[in-house]
Design a protein around this ligand. Sequence first.
Ligand code: IDP
Ligand code: MG
Length: 141
Amino acid sequence: MEQTLSIVKPDGVSRNLIGEVISRFERQGLRIAALKMIRMTKDEARGFYIVHKDRPFYESLTDFMSEGPVVVMVVEGENAVARVRELMGATDPSEAAPGTIRADFASDIERNIVHGSDSAESAEYEIGYFFSSLERVNSTA
Ligand code: IDP
Ligand code: MG
């Protein structure tokens, strides 16, 4: 059993895609182990995306991620990291496989609806960034 961190980004929330994203995870048998809506400050967005601090899009990305509310969630299941990434599709929606969230709803490489951790190590950092142990349910326990 593996956990990953997913976010419905500000564009997904403002376009009423919260339920759509969660439904796609649930339909695949993934489970929601923690969930909340927050509005990140610019500094909180910078901390979340600290691995990208030297990339040219860091300022713009962290402006975007703090422009409105997001839904952050812990998604749990076998191979949850890879399965969420598969459901999301490629970062650039023009390269995302048909039927993925980004192919179906995004048209911009930055405003691409959804986040998913890229490895188990990233997931551990990202889950800890948003959720305390008290907020995380182990649905198999
Ligand atoms: P990922 O979300 O598919 O893991 P990353 O490379 O980790 O993609 O980038 C994090 C986020 O930064 C992307 O989801 C997207 O919002 C934004 N981003 C990535 N590459 C670019 C770019 O070339 N221009 C603008 N924004 C980008
Ligand atoms: Mg990433």
